[in-house]
Design a protein. Sequence first.
Length: 218
Amino acid sequence: MIRVLVVDDQQMVRQGFTVLLNTRPDIEVIGQAVDGLDAVAQVADLAPDVVLMDIRMPELGGIEATRRITAATPHIRVLVLTTFDLDEYVYEALRAGASGFLLKDASSDQLAEAVRVVAAGDALLAPGVTRRLIAEFARLEDRPRSPLRERVADLTERETEVLGLIAQGLSNAEIAVRLVVAEQTVKTHVGRILVKLGLRDRTQAAVFAYEARLVTPG
């Protein structure tokens, strides 16, 4: 059973998500929070598997709440849900530690599947968001060279190659086909990459790859 905390300042939205998710046999909403501060407190008390997080809220916004939650409890996944399909929110939410990003107009099936995906430790970006995220990195491309690039030296050549493909949005199965190896081999490489770089999941690996200039946007 995947235990979920729903965070949104609008009561109807909270209740709507709760009803939709509770119809799934493998998902249970264990609490609702009205803002970021409430979310941080309830995460400490309830220890959910996934936090469904709104972006714009009073008291404490979703991005800062995500940053606090993932810093204190890195095993808890945050799935950001918002009506604002804007680059700055995608970029900042992922940098803050969110494992996924989905728009509020997603269907109930898409919402439930998104919860399952991030609960399993995989990355989740709404359709189209990946392109805008890459565009945001391209806009920032003329910043000073990131010192993160030095950490890539800890990876083997194959691990570096896999990291680059993760950043391009390829799944383990797609990477396996590209490299002509077994999918389990790819999973092993991904696990080692996360451990060596001290990253939580594939989403953070993708962000790292772009910020380290390992992948060229576009």
